[in-house]
Design a protein around this ligand. Structure first.
Ligand code: ASP
Ligand code: MG
Length: 423
């Protein structure tokens, strides 16, 4: 991307917008950047907890919960409102500090999306008017999470979507994106699980993408995809900072998400993640027809159920196999129902569903060029007596499915085994 280096997009999450005091603190951080000569657009989340409340209201008003992902356009009208409030409040606060600021709603920018309500994708943000406003020295505050269809209906981008709004606005303005949040960066693993977790100064887009989709909740996965595709440098920073008496921000470290080539320090593994949002489904005694797995996974795919790990093993019965797969918890019941309904046609003896499982993964671009990464993982787990039930790999990650009771122990064991505390 050709960078307009003095432009900057700043994004504040829900905890940084939680009340008027927090909004004032965010405003001081924005003011510090603006007064240092940067042209700033700000993207905000709703106050923490607000979106949950709005979603619950739409449930109460009869939006069919079973229809999630929702396709009801009125759902979006309701849930997009949380960000409208914080955008207006932040703009007001900035004005009261003597700065020129205005809000611009998703439809005013406009942030044009497709019409998949509740989970819309951004298709276009014309950057010219926005760029002109920002370059003219006005701080433009944009509600995250919301967009507008070409027909003029309000949309939302899916939970956590304001990260994606921020990166998209930064791409439209050809500038970097600072994400202010309640953690001061991306860590080697969750510090609440492993006290020795370290903040990473830099992480590659690809690693961040894996970590986000594997359960590290710092950024919405889609925002990382977009940052990678549009080459937007993203920094994750703590919003718990105060400008000094001269209005200067302290030199904060944070984590820069960037291209692999921009990372000098070479590591094999960068992080360990853990997700309990997993369910394991096993078809015991499935007939050993060649097309049986295809039949199973076609039924799941057609129902929009995302399958992650898959293992097939020999069953006790002659001519039969056991087929195990995992899905997110939300999809598990539907997947199980689909299988039961088709039990006769698929030809299996028994169905088992287990939600007491966790997925633990190690991620690192260094895996591409180093042998022995898997061996270290299995050795470390074996030393703690942890058995795994399924494995899946990509070029830069290895995931194992284990008993949920051992999840945190596994995270700590792997963090130690790859020497991450010394990163
Ligand atoms: N407020 C929305 C949510 O809670 C969007 C966001 O904060 O990213 O999902
Ligand atoms: Mg978020």
């Amino acid at each position: 991307m050709t960078r307009s280096s003095s432009r900057l997009v700043m994004k504040f999450g829900g905890t940084s917008m939680a009340d008027l005091e927090r909004i004032r603190r965010a405003a001081r951080i924005v003011a510090a950047e603006a007064r240092s000569g940067r042209q700033v657009a700000v993207v905000v989340s709703a106050m923490a907890g607000k979106t949950n409340e709005l979603v619950a209201w739409t449930d109460g008003a009869g939006a069919p919960a079973a229809a999630i992902p929702l396709s009801d356009d009125e759902y979006d009208v309701v849930v997009a409102s949380g960000e409208q409030v914080t955008a207006g409040l932040l703009a007001l606060t900035l004005r009261n500090m003597g700065l020129r600021a205005r809000s611009m709603m998703g439809w005013q920018v406009p942030i044009v999306t497709d019409d998949v309500h509740g989970k819309a994708r951004i298709e276009d943000i014309p950057g010219d008017a926005l760029g002109a406003a920002v370059d003219g020295g006005e701080i433009v505050v944009i509600p995250g999470f919301q967009g507008v269809t070409r027909e003029g209906r309000i949309t939302t981008l899916g939970r956590g979507g304001s990260d994606t709004s921020a990166v998209a606005v930064a791409a439209a303005l050809s500038c970097p994106c600072d994400i202010y949040t309640d953690v001061d960066g991306v860590y080697t693993t969750d510090p609440r699980i492993e006290g020795k977790a370290r903040r990473l100064a830099r992480i590659s887009y690809e690693e961040m993408l894996e970590m986000a989709s594997l359960g590290a909740k710092v950024l919405q996965t889609r925002s990382v995809e977009l940052a990678m595709a549009r080459q937007v440098p993203v920094r994750v920073l703590s919003s718990f900072v105060e400008p000094d008496e001269n209005g200067n921000l302290p030199a904060v470290a944070g984590t820069l998400i960037c291209d692999e080539e921009e990372i000098v320090e070479k590591r094999i593994v960068s992080g360990v993640t853990m997700s309990r949002d997993e369910a394991r489904i096993t078809l015991l005694g499935l007939s050993d027809r060649t097309d049986a797995p295809a039949d199973v996974f076609t039924r799941l795919a057609e129902a929009g159920v995302n399958v992650d790990m898959i293992v097939q093993s020999q069953a006790r019965t002659e001519g039969a196999v056991n087929l195990t797969f995992t899905t997110g918890r939300r999809d598990a019941r539907r997947a199980a129902d689909l299988m039961r309904e088709a039990q006769v046609e698929l030809g299996f003896e028994q169905l088992r569903v287990d939600e007491d499982v966790a997925k633990v993964s190690v991620v690192g671009v260094g895996m591409r060029s180093h042998a022995g990464v898997a061996q270290t993982m299995f050795r470390a787990l074996a030393d703690k007596g942890i058995k795994f039930q399924a494995i899946s790999t990509s070029e830069i990650k290895i995931s194992v499915l284990i008993d949920a009771a051992y999840a945190e122990l596994a995270v700590r064991a792997l963090h130690g085994a790859y020497g991450l505390e010394a990163v």
